[in-house]
Design a protein around this ligand. Structure first.
Ligand SMILES: [Zn+2]
Length: 199
C-alpha cells in the first residue's frame, strides 16, 4: 500500500486533535491546505505558533491574555468587590456585551464533569478560592451555564466560598434550562444578572 509522505501523515494526525475532526476530515483539511491554500496554511502555522508563545492565563481572572494581568483586571473603573464566575472566555465576553456588570471575573475554563474526569483540581478551584478570599471581594456571582455540569459547579463553588465567608449568588433562571450563556441574547443575560438570588 502506498503511504503518504511522513510530513503529510504527521499533519493529518496533528489535525485530528481538533474537536469533531475524524481521519477523513483531517485528510481533507491537510490536502486543502497544501493544494489550494498555502498562504492560508502559512498564516495558520504562524498564528498557532504566536498564540502558543504569547497567550497565557491572567493571574487574577484566569482568562487568556498576553500580559501577566489582563486589562480588565487592571482597570480602575471595575468594581473589585464583586467577582463573577463564568465557565469560558466566551461567557465573559457575553457578560461584557450585555453591559450589565461592572465587577471583575474569574474564568473557570470549564465546569465540573466527574464522568469526563474533570474534578475540582482540573478546573483549579483552589485558585478561585484564593482569588475570592483576597479581602476585597464581598460577593461572588455564579454565572455558570444552566446545564447539569454548570449547576453542579455553581453548587460546589457556592459551598466552597460560603465556607470562606464570601456571599454567593446565582444568576436568575431567566435563562432556559440547559441554557448556555454563549447562546442567549444580551437582554436576557442582563436580566438574569439583575435578578440573581442569594445562595
Ligand atoms: Zn484578568
Amino acid at each position: 500500500m502506498m503511504k503518504a509522505p511522513a510530513a503529510l501523515e504527521e499533519l493529518i494526525t496533528a489535525l485530528r486533535c481538533l474537536p469533531g475532526v475524524g481521519p477523513k476530515s483531517a485528510q481533507r483539511m491537510a490536502y486543502h491546505l497544501l493544494q489550494r491554500d498555502t498562504p492560508g496554511a502559512q498564516r495558520l502555522a504562524q498564528a498557532l505558533g504566536l498564540a502558543l508563545e504569547r497567550i497565557r492565563h491572567c493571574e487574577m481572572c484566569n482568562s487568556y491574555t498576553e500580559e501577566p494581568v489582563c486589562a480588565l483586571c487592571r482597570s480602575p473603573r471595575r468594581d473589585a468587590t464583586i467577582l463573577c464566575v463564568v465557565e469560558t472566555p466566551a461567557d465573559l465576553l457575553m457578560m461584557e456585551q450585555a453591559q450589565c456588570y461592572q465587577g471583575l471575573y474569574f474564568v473557570l475554563m470549564g465546569a465540573l464533569s466527574p464522568l469526563d474526569g474533570v474534578g475540582p483540581r482540573e478546573i483549579h478551584l483552589d485558585r478561585l478560592v484564593k482569588r475570592a478570599a483576597d479581602g476585597i471581594v464581598g460577593e461572588a456571582i455564579l454565572a455558570t451555564n444552566f446545564t447539569v455540569e454548570g449547576e453542579a459547579t455553581a453548587h460546589y463553588i457556592g459551598e466552597l466560598l460560603r465556607a470562606k465567608g464570601i456571599k454567593t449568588s446565582r444568576i436568575a433562571r431567566g435563562l432556559p434550562v440547559g441554557g448556555e450563556l454563549e447562546h442567549v441574547d444580551s437582554g436576557t443575560l442582563a436580566q438574569a444578572v439583575l435578578e440573581r438570588r442569594d445562595l
